[in-house]
Design a protein around this ligand. Sequence first.
Ligand code: SAH
Length: 264
Amino acid sequence: MKPLFALPCFGDGSTSRTCRLLLTSLFFLVAAGELVFAQDEEEKFRKLREEMVRTQIASERWTGSDAVRDPGVLDSLRKTLRHRFVPAELVPYAYDDGPLPVGYGQTISQPYIVAKMTELLEPKAEHRVLEIGTGSGYQAAVLSPLVAQVYTIEIIEPLGNAARQRLAALGYKNIEVRVGDGYFGWPEKAPFDGIIVTAAANHVPPPLIEQLKPGGRMVIPVGNPFQPQMLVLVAKGSKGPRDIQVRNLMPVAFVPLTGGPKSN
Ligand code: SAH
């Protein structure tokens, strides 16, 4: 049977050569079009990040919460591709002023809270920081350019593995993701200059206080699950294990820290 339609691209004749030239040109045209589209998309997201930092983070909020002022933190928020950390169907909302679901009943925190907690840690270029509750990996990514090394622990295996892959694909080199129970910290990597806990516990886990360096800071939401919680700053002094200062900062709402001694 004869084919109904055949491209005259095969053979040595001039028609075939013209045909091949046309096909090649078409291919490059489509590829160039896609590149321009992708660049437009990235430019759109860059503008959304600028806007997010200006209106949600660097200015005083309607709730009365303090603006974030640390220029390094603001810069990191401007550069971190938050739309790559949310599920595909939520990409249009990635730069909105709120948390978003990331699967398994967990959430990526609101941009302002990520920025505020990062600022409260007072990150320095030589710091080694531990995060409990990797989730999407966004908080770890925001910390990455501000410190030497980020260690992060996630208790839900598929979330931890997805975050590890995502961070590697985005080129982050100083973040180590571990699947496990962060209540007990990461003793092999301790002590830490800073610890950031992104799930709420009804008490500050003692192993985390232990793994904090003298002079180190921990930022952690404290409260019972599904009740009002308080963001707490724990500062460890250099005069021994009892030299701990605790400051209540602001009301927050986090998913619960699971795991801990009871579950073992
Ligand atoms: N920081 C994350 C958001 C955290 S949501 C981000 O930037 O996307 C809180 C996360 O803490 C959830 O993924 C939850 O599974 C995890 N989590 C809860 N209890 C934990 C525990 N004991 N150890 C480690 N991770 C825990």
